[in-house]
Design a protein around this ligand. Structure first.
Ligand code: 9WN
Length: 479
């Protein structure tokens, strides 16, 4: 059980004046904690996810972090996104890590020397990885803009717009290995949920031996408990997949014939569709044409439903493009297509059934935080990274989707749960899915950033690009 030290405002409308004062004071304390956490992780033009474990800039972290900065330092929100997109490759890919040249090459594994991005044509002057992460950036940019819609923000958004478009273009063309209008990820790191059970089936076909890792030094284990992290065998496979991709110059042609890991992920593709909807709003705000973005949002939504929805289980599951099969695990990834404004009512209802089941325990009042994997599965692990623990970013995405489709009370349940987690444990990287204790890095940036966002959300409606604006979404109904 999460230790609820104070009731969270918004979910307790009948609270007494005294209780409201306590809540207000606690929220002020949390806001200050979040601001200090972000400040402590700020590094000249970006925010490190964590000073110890992740001392460089990460792609989807920066998107979530920008949402948080928009509440306290909008200038930093734009610097965050701008510095990330300055490292965009000529082909449009936004690298999942941008290495800080003033941090020692050995501070993180695999470091800049392993990726050798400088040997590839069309890469930026700064060293980067060659992979990507879920494209939540347009969604984040739109959120950040809506929080602080100043002239400066609009100018920053206008400068960012063509780069966001190029990012989407890369994913929808170069990465459409399955030929059905979805992007394939070429590595579990690209999903952001690195060791999720969702990847067990496709990963089992990747040749590697745990012993291979003895030739490298895993820096993560200097800072974190091995029982909370991916295993050596996972890492051996991670390295082997990157080695294959790097050997092909990080090119994406004929991946189907030569690449060992190729999967259509529901979260990744839902983010791509949601970003097209956000791009439609951004285009309107900066004087562009929203039409093509709306059309692409519709097409991606249709492809997500056709390719990744499994009517037998009523949830979304990744498709292994190499075998053509849906992967068997039922993870939290299956809930994330809710972020698509145009997700048809039938799929919304099915996902809600899945989310409310004992697997995930979604409720108006959550008794435990949202887990990253099916609680009832035999391979559910309470401590190991993305195999059970609760994460703020995925919880925030699901909450965002619930708001989009008018499930305000369920969204409030998640909001309360997120606030209570940090109230009791601090800005941890992830949380124990039963008792809510903090796991991983103790001062984690996206936890702080999204806390700022949900704390502020009590009094403000969700951004306006939601249903109806794009992709023919359902009308919003409060429930
Ligand atoms: C590999 C930075 C990143 C997050 C990912 C999370 C973790 C890296 C790692 O940390 O991945 O990219 O070394 O474990 O899984 O989602 O972006 O916070």
């Amino acid at each position: 059980m999460v230790n609820r030290t104070v009731p969270s405002a918004g979910s307790e409308p009948a609270a007494s004046a005294g209780a409201v004062r306590t809540v207000t004071a606690e929220h002020a304390r949390l806001r200050e904690l979040a601001r200090r956490t972000l400040d402590g992780n700020w590094e000249h033009d970006h925010t490190v996810p964590s000073r110890t474990l992740y001392p460089h800039q990460w792609s989807w972290d920066s998107a979530f972090i920008a949402i948080g900065w928009a509440h306290v330092r909008p200038d930093r929100a734009w610097m965050e996104l701008t510095s990330l997109f300055r490292a965009q490759w000529r082909d449009g890919r936004v690298p999942h890590i941008v290495f800080n040249p003033s941090v020692s090459g050995g501070a993180y594994f695999p470091g800049p020397g392993f990726w050798s991005s400088e040997s590839i044509e069309g890469t930026p002057p700064v060293a980067t990885s060659g992979l990507v992460q879920p494209p939540v950036h347009a969604l984040a940019a739109w959120h950040a803009y809506r929080r602080a819609p100043t002239q400066e923000s609009r100018a920053a958004l206008r400068r960012l717009y063509p780069r966001l478009v190029a990012q989407q273009h890369y994913l929808t063309t170069c990465r459409d290995a399955g030929g059905a209008g979805l992007a394939s990820i070429v590595h579990p790191w690209e999903s952001g949920l690195d060791n999720s059970p969702a990847w067990d089936a496709p990963m089992s076909a990747v040749p590697a031996q745990a012993a291979a890792m003895r030739t490298y030094r895993r820096r993560d284990l200097v800072h974190a408990d091995p029982a909370h992290r991916p295993t050596d065998l996972d890492y051996a496979r991670y390295v082997s997949i990157v080695t294959a991709y790097r050997a092909g110059g990080y090119r994406d042609d004929s991946l189907i014939d030569r690449h060992p890991f190729l999967v259509e992920c529901p979260l990744f593709n839902a983010a791509m569709g949601a970003s097209e909807s956000a791009l439609a709003s951004i285009a309107e705000a900066v004087g562009g044409d929203p039409g093509p973005h709306r059309q692409r949002a519709v097409a991606i939504t249709e492809a997500v439903v056709t390719r990744l929805y499994d009517p037998d289980t009523g949830t979304f599951r990744p498709r292994d493009v190499r075998t053509g099969r849906l992967t068997p695990a039922r993870t939290v990834l299956g809930l994330t297509p809710l972020i698509l404004p145009g997700l048809p009512a039938r799929q919304v209802e099915s996902v809600l059934t899945e989310a409310r089941s004992a697997r995930f325990g979604l409720a108006d009042r959550m008794s435990r935080p949202l887990p990253s994997h099916d609680r009832t599965a035999p391979d559910f692990e309470s401590l190991r990274y993305w195999r059970g623990p609760s994460w703020m970013n995925v919880t925030w995405l699901v909450r965002h989707g619930l708001l989009l489709h008018g499930h305000d009370r369920l969204a409030a349940g998640l909001r309360t749960s997120m606030i209570d987690l940090v109230s009791a444990a601090g800005c941890h990287e992830y949380f124990h899915p039963d008792d809510g204790s903090g796991l991983g890095s103790p001062a984690f940036s996206w936890t702080a950033a999204l806390l700022l966002e949900v704390l502020a959300d009590w009094a403000t409606p969700p951004p306006a690009h939601m249903p109806g604006d794009a992709a023919g979404g359902v009308a919003r109904r409060g429930r």
